[in-house]
Write a protein that binds this ligand. Structure first.
Ligand SMILES: NC(=O)c1ccc[n+]([C@@H]2O[C@H](COP(=O)([O-])OP(=O)(O)OC[C@H]3O[C@@H](n4cnc5c(N)ncnc54)[C@H](O)[C@@H]3O)[C@@H](O)[C@H]2O)c1
Length: 340
């Protein structure tokens, strides 16, 4: 039943189960002791997943993805007398998966872990690839590690209870995968808007498998994020400042960032302007209710962020559908193109 297996350049590999029941993690544990980390929202929504399990329930919300929560989790692992042989499960969205992977990586110098990914964003992105971590002060994902989970379970049925904005947030990342990889996927999304919003099972599982395949391939080639993996940041440079200023979900901001970064690609002559229409059309079908014009505030935040990395930026341009290009570019040229 393994739908996808990706091997990384260490000795580990991850099995990804799409369409498996969210309770399947119990079977995968075999004889091992289990501790499940989840958040309060999921704990209330899916009681059968946690019945008779040792559970650590953290508060949902990005503001809780902190070292303080890590410490509390470790205290409870000690109370449960967990050790390195314990299998730690992260049952939740990207926030729970990020923190669980990080805790498992440092607990007694490393315990095995697996994820039951419960948001679309986690299923297509956050749970895949082994990047784990927490925020530090106002810096996002500043502390973390790259360690692969033993398995990831993606049960699309749980997406029914996901708030609409969180679902759309996942769709923002799906749009990113389509644009950086595959015209067929762009067309498939365009033709299946209603099916996607109705969460038709075959359509969802096709999309989830496709996106996982795209990410797994990139992670296999550049596990430690020294080059190619950077293309997954397409839309994120501008998207990040939109996310903070507008206070909107990550993937929705990324979708807006994608359109702006394609406009920059056109202005700096890396792409034909027809690409803007393709992206705007796709984004508007899925994320129409967020309007956002780039203002001075967004630019100020970008400039502030960039102080950390100097005058040059590895910017991901899109030269055509499926053809992202990483170019070391003067940061001022990006700002100039964004303003014009
Ligand atoms: N490690 C990576 O490679 C990577 C990639 C992208 C994003 N991320 C991280 O992922 C996080 C965002 O993840 P997210 O978008 O999944 O948000 P999230 O994990 O914060 O979940 C969003 C909300 O949905 C709730 N929820 C989760 N599953 C649900 C379900 N099935 N039904 C009802 N409610 C549910 C959660 O309790 C939460 O309130 C960020 O911390 C981001 O940094 C990590």
């Amino acid at each position: 039943m393994i739908v996808k297996n990706y091997k990384v350049k260490t000795s580990s590999s991850t099995n990804i189960y799409v369409n498996a029941d969210y309770n399947y993690y119990k079977e995968l544990a075999q004889e091992r002791e289990l501790v499940v980390i989840t958040d309060d929202v999921l704990y209330a929504l899916y009681p059968d997943a946690f019945e008779n399990q040792k559970c650590i329930v953290i508060k949902s919300g990005e503001e809780n993805k902190t070292l303080k929560t890590v410490e509390k989790i470790i205290e409870q692992l000690v109370e449960f007398e967990a050790d390195r042989r314990t299998l730690i499960i992260g049952f939740g969205g990207g926030m729970v998966c990020d923190i669980t992977g990080f805790v498992a990586g440092i607990f007694m110098r490393g315990a095995s872990f697996g994820f039951v990914a419960t948001t679309l964003l986690a299923q297509v992105d956050a749970a895949i690839g082994g990047k784990n971590g927490v925020n530090f002060n106002n810096y996002k994902n500043y502390i973390g590690s790259i360690i692969q989970p033993e398995f990831v379970i993606c049960d699309a049925r749980v997406l029914k209870t996901l708030p609409e904005d969180d679902y759309k947030s996942g769709l923002g990342e799906v749009i990113k995968y389509a644009l950086i990889s595959d015209m067929d996927l762009v067309e498939y999304l365009n033709e299946n808007v209603e099916n996607i919003f109705n969460q038709v099972p075959e359509v969802l599982s096709f999309i989830i498998k496709k996106c996982i395949g795209i990410k797994a391939k990139i992670v296999e080639d550049d596990t430690n994020d020294f080059g190619l993996r950077h293309i997954l940041n397409f839309g994120h440079t501008i998207g990040h400042s939109i996310e903070i200023i507008e206070n909107i979900p990550h993937g929705i901001a990324v979708a807006k960032g994608i359109v702006e970064e394609i406009k920059i690609s056109v202005k700096l002559e890396y792409a034909d302007k027809s690409l803007i229409e393709i992206a705007e059309n796709l984004v508007s079908k899925f994320i129409s209710d967020y309007k956002c014009e780039i203002r001075q505030e967004h630019i100020d935040l970008l400039v502030k962020d960039k102080k950390k990395t100097g005058d040059m930026i590895n910017f991901v341009f899109l030269t055509n559908i499926g053809e992202p290009l990483i170019v070391k570019t003067e940061f001022k040229d990006i700002i100039k193109a964004l303003k014009s």
